[in-house]
Design a protein around this ligand. Structure first.
Ligand SMILES: CC(C)(COP(=O)(O)OP(=O)(O)OC[C@H]1O[C@@H](n2cnc3c(N)ncnc32)[C@H](O)[C@@H]1OP(=O)(O)O)[C@@H](O)C(=O)NCCC(=O)NCCS
Length: 214
């Protein structure tokens, strides 16, 4: 069954534990987060993915590192549209919240796509959810992932603490050293090493955790 929200976007039926009221609010007024400028990078804007992002998404998805580590293959506009649609379905269902990370150069109205951060596996009454991220190759090493992750983390705890959210989990393959560094910088403490689980996780992984009080 499909439910049409007031915001006009189709969504599938809410599963048990999903918070209809909160997520109707997201559909009516899209969430926009900000991260302050750093000495090497302008301020960041985080907002839900839109169909107009598809061309830039396809462009950044050519990067082999993104394909290797982010476990997502977008080859053309059709793949890109499906991927964006999946993010929009997550917002509508209230269990996955993907943000495009963008920057605007001073004096320009054009936003440039720099990356993605996502809060996933969210359900009312569930104490844990998961975060994920990637940064476009041209924007790496400027604190994009860590600043965007901080903004996402604060929003997640502010928004879902009342629903029972206590901790956020971050998983990366053991040899993804850049991702491990992002986790450390963002106060996601190393928790344990998880065994490989192919095909999604062909190598052992690190589980990092951040709690509401961190
Ligand atoms: C991991 C990734 C998201 C980091 O994005 P980013 O915007 O460059 O991240 P930041 O600039 O906030 O921080 C990166 C840190 O990793 C460090 N780093 C980069 N490559 C590294 C490497 N090979 N070994 C160790 N550290 C490394 C950087 O020096 C930086 O740390 P510093 O600030 O202490 O110098 C990016 O490399 C990426 O998109 N990779 C492909 C997709 C991916 O791996 N996603 C995560 C899946 S779990």
């Amino acid at each position: 069954m499909t439910v049409r929200s007031q915001g006009g976007m189709d969504r599938t039926r809410l599963a048990p534990g999903e918070n209809a009221a909160a997520h109707d609010g997201f559909m009516n007024a899209p969430v926009v987060l900000q991260a302050a400028a750093s000495p090497v990078s302008p301020a960041l804007v985080l907002r839900p993915w839109r169909m107009e992002d598809v061309a830039a998404l396809v462009e950044v998805s050519r990067d082999p590192a993104l394909r290797q580590w982010a476990n997502s293959v977008v080859d053309d506009d059709a793949d890109g549209a499906r991927w964006v649609q999946a993010q929009q379905q997550g917002w509508a269902a209230g269990n996955r919240f993907g943000f495009a990370v963008l920057e605007t150069q001073p004096g320009s109205v054009r936003e440039q796509l720099l990356g993605n951060v996502v809060l996933k596996e969210v359900a009312a009454g569930k104490p844990a959810a998961e975060v994920g991220y990637w940064t476009a190759a041209h924007a790496r090493g400027r604190g994009v992932a860590s600043r965007a992750l901080e903004a996402l983390t604060n929003w997640a705890f502010d928004t879902f603490k009342a629903d029972g959210l206590e901790r956020l989990e971050l998983l990366h393959q053991v040899d993804n050293l850049a991702s491990c560094r992002v986790a450390q910088k963002s106060r996601y403490n190393f928790n344990t090493t998880l065994p490989a689980a192919p095909p999604a996780f062909p190598r052992d992984g690190h589980l990092h955790t951040r709690r509401t009080s961190a």
